[in-house]
Design a binder for this molecule. Structure first.
Ligand SMILES: NC(=O)C1=CN([C@@H]2O[C@H](COP(=O)(O)OP(=O)(O)OC[C@H]3O[C@@H](n4cnc5c(N)ncnc54)[C@H](OP(=O)(O)O)[C@@H]3O)[C@@H](O)[C@H]2O)C=CC1
Ligand SMILES: O=C(O)[C@@H]1CCC=N1
Length: 266
């Protein structure tokens, strides 16, 4: 049984914890570390998992150590856990921007380090994780990380140079989608729909469209054209989105996200 320690059980750490349990992982194979007593009690009673105060004792003995603290806390945490790592333990960072080389520099020589950028749909088994190996991680270590993240969704291995770009698309991407969902719901309410109805319509439209895109493998342009009847309603709406430069706004937002990720690492 692979044992996993999650250091920093905040938003993302809790999602991975709950996602692994949902995927059938044994509570005994998981341990978390959280600083606040109330948070430790909350997590332990919600998940039946051991939650330690100390990152050192949570990391000690684990096969996989997941670093789920904020990027600017991560590098200070690694020297603390370094003396407690089990031989062969893999350190997996979830932190935006922090490079495997930066982490390796804070850990004993030869420690296998893997960088993962997950996303929040992992909570429901629909996550998207992008994974890059550090210089000491073997193919077997990489396979362990892939199989861990596949328990909570889809996982792909990418060159580390693409991690900041991937963060701009899949890591932060759910926030853009929820932003669109909020906009559609508010638009529906403005047009007179009850909020519950607007919410159902927006949610199912996002879900159905993503499922269609995935299931058919068709290009989104073709799928969009199929919605757009000549002289009809969709063309009228899309003209407004183009006039407001929505595509350009998404590109600029992704660039800002990528740059912030690089800055967090720098
Ligand atoms: N949220 C997301 O969608 C994604 C986040 N990530 C990455 O995940 C990481 C966490 O982000 P997120 O979950 O959003 O942030 P949160 O602030 O929700 O979580 C960070 C957690 O780490 C805890 N923490 C910090 N230092 C320690 C310590 N020494 N011992 C124990 N716990 C500690 C914090 O505890 P306390 O509450 O006491 O401060 C907090 O609960 C980041 O590096 C981020 O880049 C990656 C992909 C997606
Ligand atoms: O906002 C953030 O910094 C984190 C990383 C990717 C998603 N959330």
């Amino acid at each position: 049984m692979t044992t996993v320690a999650i250091l920093g059980v905040g938003a993302m750490g809790e999602i991975i914890l709950s996602g692994l349990l949902r995927a059938g992982w044994e509570p005994a194979s998981l341990v978390g570390a959280a600083r606040r007593p109330a948070r430790r009690e909350e997590l332990a009673s919600r998940y039946g998992v051991r939650i330690e105060e100390s990152v050192e004792s949570a990391a000690g003995g684990a096969d996989v150590v997941l670093v789920g603290v904020k990027p600017y806390d991560a590098l200070a945490l690694l020297p603390r856990i370094a003396p407690h790592l089990a031989p062969g333990a893999i350190v997996i960072s979830l932190c935006a921007g922090i490079t495997t080389a930066q982490m390796e520099a804070e850990l004993p020589d030869g420690t296998p380090v893997i960088r993962v950028m997950p996303n929040t749909p992992a909570q429901v088994g629909a996550g998207m994780s992008v994974i890059s190996a550090g210089k000491y991680a073997s193919d077997a270590d990489l396979a362990t990380a892939v199989s861990l993240m596949e328990a909570v969704g889809t996982a792909v291995v990418i060159p580390e140079a693409h991690q900041d770009a991937a963060t701009a698309i899949s890591g932060s991407g759910p926030a853009y989608v929820f932003y669109v969902a909020e906009a559609l719901i508010d638009a529906g309410v403005l047009l007179g729909l009850p909020r519950t109805v607007a919410t159902t319509l927006a949610t199912q439209t996002l879900l159905g469209s993503a499922t269609l895109l995935d299931a058919t493998g068709e290009h989104p342009t073709l799928l969009r054209e199929r919605v757009t009847s000549p002289g009809g309603t969709t063309a009228a709406a899309l003209r407004v989105l183009d006039e407001r430069a929505v595509t350009a706004a998404f590109i600029a937002a992704a660039e800002a996200c990528r740059d912030r990720s690089a800055e967090l690492g720098g």
